[in-house]
Structures are given as structure tokens and as C-alpha cells.
Design a protein around this ligand. Structure first.
Ligand code: KIV
Ligand code: ZN
Length: 390
């Protein structure tokens, strides 16, 4: 079990290979899934949700192999609240050093209408399926899908049933990205206060980003007592995606002064994983995406570049190297100033006096007006032109 009594430790549950892969068009090949699972394991992800074994033969095979290969991470498979689903899931994960069964059912009024179960029938189903899962595996996670739109009294009732039946982690999904930070926290606080046995289990938060609040909602849940965050690399996931792993992990690291919780993630592996997931899923990362976007650490304007060159902390709240990014963070464009130009030239091994620098700067500005970005090769050509003219 990854349950922790260490109150400062937040467990990171990555579902890139399950909820992330459910994103239309994000399907990954068998080999790609194994590669991503290996990288997640190496990065220190506590739990990897490797897939949905009953969904397809391919998913079953991938989850089984990931389970066999995992070195440190708990390997989790997803199953609906049905006995054959749970059995198939167990078949796939049982060879993991540390297996976890995750089972779920939609508990909100809209979701209860789908299997046409009334509240009592659903409660009975939860009891039966969680008990069955716990008879197979010591580590059982249960999720009331669409929890944030479930009647609060009923949510307390079904969570209590799941705990009594043996669930060790209770995950609270905001399935349609509907909640907001205050409510996300209130739900966790309410469950911890009202449900008997709540202090014996780990509460987890699983947020979707439909209103752009997944990261804020996840962190609010942690502040209220949740100790597991479910997330995906690059926020990959259905519709607007899931909570982005890199955002919650770096937020907890950078603002540890006001959110004093630790994860076990080696953050220097974030950038490489982000790039691999973008490549294998075919989902490019938006340029201005927090933490891993191409522009997240770049400075183009003269004022910012000048500040960063004098003291990097003027415009950077974290170091690029903290996420494994070791590239130059100064990009030359029409907003850049002379200090940045001088620094770039120095980086290229080109030193010059003030007069020539003035000349190159005029040529540079002229080019930058016509071109979005001025590359190293452009600079070398400009210096050559200036040498020839001089
Ligand atoms: O969003 C959701 O409700 C889910 C559950 C299956 C946990 O992904
Ligand atoms: Zn989800």
C-alpha cells in the first residue's frame, strides 16, 4: 500500500496511460506505453495507472507487461463496478511487485440513471464489488465518478460503504471539470469530518480541466486533507484534459512556503517525459503551457532580458534546470535590447567593441522587424556584414 501517515507527503498517481490515452487521437502503441511507464517509474511516480484491462486485448497486454517490469511504482488497473472487470484487472496487474485495483461507478443522479440503479441498489453494488476487489488485493482504490455533482449525503454514504468493504484509497473525481477550489476543498473536508473510518484511508483528488481549474482544484483538495493527486503528463486527457502532473508538482515545490507538502518526484526528469509524451501521443504542447511549454522559460523583451542577465530571479520563479531544461533561455526578437545581443554574441564566442556593437545592433533590429526570431546563424551573418562594411 502507498498509504502514508506522513502528513506532509503527497502521493502522485499518474494516469497518462489510462485517462490521458482516452483523449481522442492520443492512442499509443504497446512499445510506447512501456517506454512511458518506465520513465514514470524512474521519475518517482508513486502509482502508475497503466490502463483499463477489460477495454481491449491491447490494454490487457500493456498493463500486464508494465506490471511485470515496474521497479518502484505501484501498478494500478481500472475496472468498472462489475465482477468480471475486476477479475480481468487483477489478472493483468497481479504480477506487479505492488499491484492496486481501482474500481469506480458513477454516483451522481445523471450517472445513476445509466445503469438504472436506485440509491440502495447502487450502494449494494459498491459493497459487493469493493469487497470482491479487496479479497483479491490489499490495495484497493474506489472512485465515485462525478463525485462533485453527487448529493453530499449520498456521497458520504457510499464512501463509508467503500471504506467498510476494504477500500484503502478513496478518490474523488471531478469528472467533468465542474468544481472550483473552495468547493473542491469543502468536499474533502466534509468527507474527513463526516465519514466513519475516513482517517484510516487516503483521500485522493482527480480533476479535469474543463474550466481551467484542475490544478487549483487539486491543490485546494490537498490543503483540505487529500494526500493523493491524480494527474497526467502535459495534462493529457479527455476534452480539456486532466490535472497536469508538472504543474502540481512544481507548484508544491516552488510554493512550499505556503503549501508545505512534498512529492517523491525527481523534477529534473519532467521535460524529457513531457517531450516523449507529446511525441508518442501526437498532442503538441501549447507554447505558453505552464512549466513545459516552449516559451515557459524564454525571455524576448529587452527589459526582461536585461533583468534576467543581471539577476535571473527578476523574471524567473524556478530554474529551467529544475525541470531538466538546460537550453539557453534568451531568445532574440524585435523587443530585445543591446544587453541580450551582447550576451548572445559572447555565448557564440564573438567579442567586439562598443562601436561595432552599435552597428550590429542596428542591423539586428532591422532584421528582427522582418523576422519573428533571430537565430544564432543570423547573428553570425550580421557580424560578418558589419566586419565587411567596417
Ligand atoms: O474522471 C473520472 O471520473 C475518471 C474515473 C474513472 C476515476 O477518470
Ligand atoms: Zn478522469
Amino acid at each position: 500500500m502507498t498509504q502514508t501517515k506522513d502528513q506532509d507527503r503527497v502521493v502522485i498517481f499518474d494516469t497518462t496511460l489510462r485517462d490521458g490515452e482516452q483523449s481522442p487521437g492520443a492512442t499509443m502503441s504497446h512499445e510506447e506505453k512501456l517506454e512511458i511507464a518506465g520513465l514514470l517509474d524512474e521519475m518517482g511516480v508513486d502509482i502508475i495507472e497503466a490502463g483499463f484491462p477489460i477495454a481491449s486485448e491491447g490494454d490487457f497486454r500493456a498493463v500486464s507487461e508494465i506490471a511485470k517490469n515496474a521497479r518502484n511504482s505501484v501498478i494500478c488497473g481500472l475496472s468498472r463496478a462489475q465482477i468480471p472487470d475486476i477479475d480481468r484487472n487483477w489478472e493483468a496487474i497481479q504480477h506487479a511487485k505492488r499491484p492496486r485495483i481501482h474500481t469506480f461507478i458513477g454516483t451522481s443522479p445523471l450517472h445513476r440513471a445509466i445503469p438504472n440503479l436506485d440509491m440502495d441498489q447502487m450502494a449494494e453494488r459498491i459493497h459487493e464489488t469493493v469487497t470482491h476487489a479487496r479479497n483479491l488485493c490489499d490495495d484497493v482504490q474506489w472512485s465515485p465518478m462525478d463525485a462533485t455533482r453527487t448529493e453530499r449525503d449520498y456521497l458520504c454514504r457510499v464512501v463509508e460503504i467503500a471504506i467498510k468493504a476494504g477500500a484503502t484509497t478513496i478518490n474523488i473525481p471531478d469528472t467533468v471539470g465542474y468544481t472550483a477550489p473552495r468547493e473542491s476543498a469543502e468536499i474533502i473536508r466534509m468527507l474527513l469530518e463526516r465519514v466513519p473510518g475516513a482517517d484510516e484511508v487516503v483521500f485522493s483528488t482527480h480533476c479535469h480541466n474543463d474550466l481551467g481549474m484542475a490544478t487549483a482544484n487539486s491543490l485546494a483538495a490537498v490543503e483540505a486533507g487529500a494526500r493523493q493527486i491524480e494527474c497526467t503528463i502535459n495534462g493529457l486527457g479527455e476534452r480539456a484534459g486532466n490535472t497536469a502532473l508538472e504543474e502540481v508538482v512544481m507548484a508544491l515545490r516552488v510554493r512550499n512556503d505556503i503549501m508545505p507538502y512534498r512529492t517523491g518526484i525527481d523534477t529534473t526528469k519532467i521535460m524529457n517525459l513531457s517531450r516523449r509524451v507529446a511525441t508518442v501521443s501526437g498532442f503538441a504542447v501549447q507554447f505558453n503551457k505552464a512549466i513545459v511549454g516552449k516559451n515557459a522559460f524564454l525571455h524576448e523583451s529587452g527589459i526582461h532580458q536585461d533583468g534576467v542577465l543581471k539577476n535571473v530571479e527578476t523574471f524567473e520563479i524556478m530554474k529551467p534546470a529544475d525541470i531538466g531544461l538546460n537550453e539557453d533561455n534568451i531568445v532574440l526578437g524585435k523587443h530585445s535590447g543591446r544587453a541580450a545581443l551582447r550576451s548572445k554574441l559572447k555565448g557564440l564566442g564573438i567579442e567586439m567593441g562598443e562601436n561595432q556593437l552599435k552597428d550590429v545592433f542596428v542591423r539586428f533590429k532591422d532584421l528582427a522587424d522582418r523576422k519573428k526570431e533571430v537565430y544564432d546563424e543570423d547573428l553570425i551573418a550580421l557580424v560578418q556584414m558589419s566586419d565587411d562594411a567596417g
